[in-house]
Write a protein that binds this ligand. Structure first.
Ligand code: ADQ
Length: 763
């Protein structure tokens, strides 16, 4: 199996999008055939589909046409028919007149019409039925974009055997804007029918989770939303997370390397009159893309004399889009008028500073344009991602060229070395254009090199692996309930990760190296009367296990228990670093090399130490051994006195004080814990053992969770890049606090999900 096939675990992949990714071609003899069409969605998922093959459900693009399923290459296409009315009300109306402007920060005014909404529901139902009719048992169905947000829930109703994924290619609006939608609750419920909901940016995923909590009252635990069960259905979890889309960078670079494409790029420059600077804009002709603002800045720069019309040409490729929608028709008129005016005012016979092209091109021609352009202007007012920016970068193997990029494009989250602009700020936009035109080659190289690394590191394969990996994990986690094997409802924890911790954990999750360390009793395992009965919470264990298998991530448990005492709880900790007896014992890591003067961690007792210890133990057994409720625990390096079961609190305190006196008198080291005093021949503590562990590992920030006073040594040792979280009450040096082990577990699960994309189950 190839890596990608592995991603679906052998299940059939079903793509669902408004448009099928094909265009009809009419041959010279009048016969028709189909070819794959260009465009954002298709460009992005084509490499996945080519490798995996799929069934694709969607509309062919012509109204009132009923077609039987047909095949192209590795795709089986199942057309959904739309009537003229459907196109007007569902597609042009609700999708592009309501949702599109609403989701793009209300740049244009969204219209809300009940007839549009009614048709949107009906058409979504039709898509769901078509999928239900054709999808194989247990298939993975991947629904795309804002036109089909009700399909997940409708499909779940029809085919509970399917794993349903949804990906939103455009932004998800902030909750206060989404609130305008009269049918907001219904849309959220529609989306929550999916197992995984993918977004372009962190801000989109956060906005959705907050919106879901607000309008459907479902709790979000980190990236996971819990949909409560009903009489018919178990409760479910939905992963709502960012998966920034990308391109097949290597394929673009390959086209860019072809001699005929390079020749074509030289030819383009020559046709433009070999100006000093070629600037390029490539967009669908859409009001979100900021074309008007861009042309205004260009016009003013020419007018101010900041750039010379003889030296610079701006090529604006604006591909036709939604031409029957009013706002788009108006935009086209306006852009064409402006383009004519700019050339009229600043051009001369034989030279036009603006070349406006309203048509589609082949990929080769697009790449030749990218190679011909010294500056690419990507200045949308709002954009889910923007693949054009990434394509330009992928093509520039010569490490030349300048990308001017809007802060409001999703791509700006990743492409930090572009010249970032606020397209509403015309003066700022003009300054960035001038800067780009005059940028020294060395600076271009530095920036482009870094941009290229980013695009290559997160290319489409990386995106697909992450997204489909999460979908497959969802498929596997849900299988038992679908075959009826599960009898018990899922036990859903209601612990929430507080917002301030959520933000910090997100930052930690993105770091290249990370150490995740935790205390055991009272942190990973709830406190129980008998220590041997303590058990790690299953979700905490799963989270730590997932983190341990993630690259450059280390998991450590630091406990006061002896390693033997920890083993009694049945903890499976293979591959984890475990320190017992407050740092006197250690497994899973060789720190002898970095232990310095002190006896190496984990080394056996010397004869003198052993003798001293035996004396003290005998004394403790004599003095305290007979006290009701007192439990003496032998440790490899000392003895612990537990008073948890002493019925009288005051008496318990007196016994603990006596234990400290006895220990100090024997020149032992004393450690205080909750209802326990530990007397030890070696002066280690959790803080010092963590320092040794850190010294033995590559430099990495630490997340540490602990509930006990003995964990304060660790909190005190943490630096500004680390994160200490105290579990429960009591004074602490930790910067954050959670109330209980369940919430501590939710923190670990959030971190694991963010770092790996693997959903941490609730059982
Ligand atoms: P779009 O709004 O369509 O996509 P974008 O990401 O820029 O925007 O994708 C456009 C694609 O079409 C690019 O691959 C580009 O090369 C191609 N293209 C543009 N003009 C063309 C022309 N004239 N001829 C040929 N090809 C042309 C939506 C969202 C984006 C998101 C994508 C993918 O609005 O924010 O990045 O989906 O998720």
């Amino acid at each position: 199996m190839t890596e990608m096939q592995d991603m679906t675990g052998g299940r059939e992949l079903v793509m669902v999008s408004n448009r099928l990714p094909v265009d009809r071609v009419v041959e010279a003899d009048g016969s028709t055939s189909w070819r794959t069409s260009p465009g954002g969605l298709v460009t992005a998922v084509a490499p996945i589909v080519e490798q995996l093959g799929c069934l694709w459900v969607g509309w062919v693009g012509a109204a009132d046409e009923t077609l039987d399923p047909f095949e192209i290459g590795s795709m089986r296409l199942a057309p959904v028919e739309l009537s003229e009315d459907d196109v007007e009300l569902y597609y042009e109306g609700f999708s592009n007149g309501t949702l599109w402007p609403l989701y793009h920060d209300v740049i244009a005014r969204p219209d809300f019409h009940r007839v549009w909404w009614d048709r949107y529901q009906r058409v979504n139902q039709r898509f769901a039925e078509r999928v239900a009719q054709h999808a194989a048992q247990g298939a993975i169905v991947w629904v795309h974009d804002y036109q089909l947000q009700l399909v997940p829930a409708m499909l779940r109703e029809l085919r509970p055997d399917l794993t349903i994924a949804f990906f939103l290619h455009i932004p998800f609006p902030p909750s206060r804007l989404f609130a305008q939608l009269p049918w907001r609750k219904r849309v959220v419920e529609g989306l929550l029918g999916a197992d995984v909901i993918g977004f372009q940016q962190v801000t989109d995923a956060v906005a959705f989770r907050m919106t879901a909590e607000r309008f459907t009252r479902v709790p979000a635990l980190g990236n996971t939303i819990v949909v409560p069960g009903t009489a018919e259905q178990h409760s479910r979890t939905v992963l709502a997370q960012e998966f920034p889309i990308s391109i097949d960078a290597a394929a673009f670079a390959e086209v860019a390397a072809r001699p005929e494409v390079q020749e074509r790029s030289r030819q383009i420059r020559a046709e433009l009159g070999n100006p000093k600077t070629v600037m390029l804009g490539v967009d669908r002709l859409d009001y979100t893309k900021g074309i008007r603002h861009r042309l205004k800045a260009f016009d003013e720069l020419l007018g101010d004399g900041e750039i010379d019309a003889d030296d610079v040409v701006l090529v604006q490729v604006a591909s036709p889009s939604r031409e029957r929608v009013d706002a788009y028709r108006q935009l086209r008129d306006e852009v064409e008028l402006t383009a004519g005016r700019i050339n009229g005012e600043h051009g001369s016979i034989g030279h036009a500073p603006l070349v406006y092209l309203h048509r589609g091109y082949t990929r080769d021609e697009m790449v030749a344009l990218y190679l011909a352009a010294d500056v690419l202007l990507v200045t949308p007012l709002r954009d889910g991602m923007n693949l054009v920016a990434k394509e330009y970068v992928a093509c520039r193997t010569d490490e030349q060229g300048v990308l001017v990029l809007s802060e409001f494009a999703g791509a700006a989250d990743e492409l930090r070395d572009a010249l970032l602009v606020n397209p509403h700020d015309i003066e700022g936009l003009k300054a960035a254009v001038v800067r780009a035109v005059h940028m020294p080659r060395e600076e271009q190289r530095r920036r482009m090199r870094s941009l290229r690394r980013t695009v290559y590191d997160n290319d489409v394969a990386h995106w697909a692996t992450g997204y489909l990996g999460a979908v497959r994990a969802a498929a596997e986690a849900q299988r038992p309930s679908r075959t009826g094997e599960r009898t018990e409802p899922i036990q859903v924890s209601t612990a929430f990760v507080p917002r301030s911790i959520d933000d910090r954990v997100r930052r930690l999750a993105a770091l290249p190296q990370l150490i995740v360390a935790s205390d055991f009793d009272g942190t990973l395992a709830p406190i129980v009367p008998r220590p041997q009965d303590a058990r790690i919470l299953p979700r905490a264990r799963q989270a730590l296990e997932v983190l341990r298998s993630a690259p450059d991530t280390y998991v450590a448990v630091l406990t006061g228990r002896s390693l033997a005492g920890l083993a009694e709880t049945g903890l499976q900790s293979e591959g984890w670093i475990v320190s017992g007896s407050h740092g006197s014992e250690l497994t899973g890591l060789d720190v002898s090399v970095v232990s310095g003067d002190a006896p190496p961690l984990g080394s056996p007792l010397t004869g003198e130490e052993d003798e001293r210890l035996q004396r003290v133990v005998r004394r403790f057994e004599r003095v305290l051994g007979g006290e009701p409720g007192v439990r003496l625990e032998r440790k490899p390096f000392g003895i612990a006195v537990h008073t948890r079961q002493v019925p009288d609190a005051e008496q318990a305190d007196e016994l603990l004080a006596a234990a400290v006196e006895l220990g100090l008198a024997a020149e032992m080291h004393v450690r205080e814990g909750k209802q326990v005093r530990e007397i030890s021949v070696r002066d280690s503590n959790k803080g010092s053992v963590l320092r040794s562990i850190r010294a033995a590992l590559p430099a990495a920030p630490v997340l540490f969770l602990g509930d006990d006073v003995t964990d304060e040594d660790v909190f005190a040792s943490l630096g500004p890049d680390d994160l200490g979280i105290k579990v429960g009450d009591g004074a602490t040096a930790a910067v954050e606090r959670v109330p209980d082990p369940e919430t501590a577990t939710a923190v670990l699960a959030l971190l694991a999900e963010l770092r790996t994309g693997v959903v941490i189950g609730s059982e």
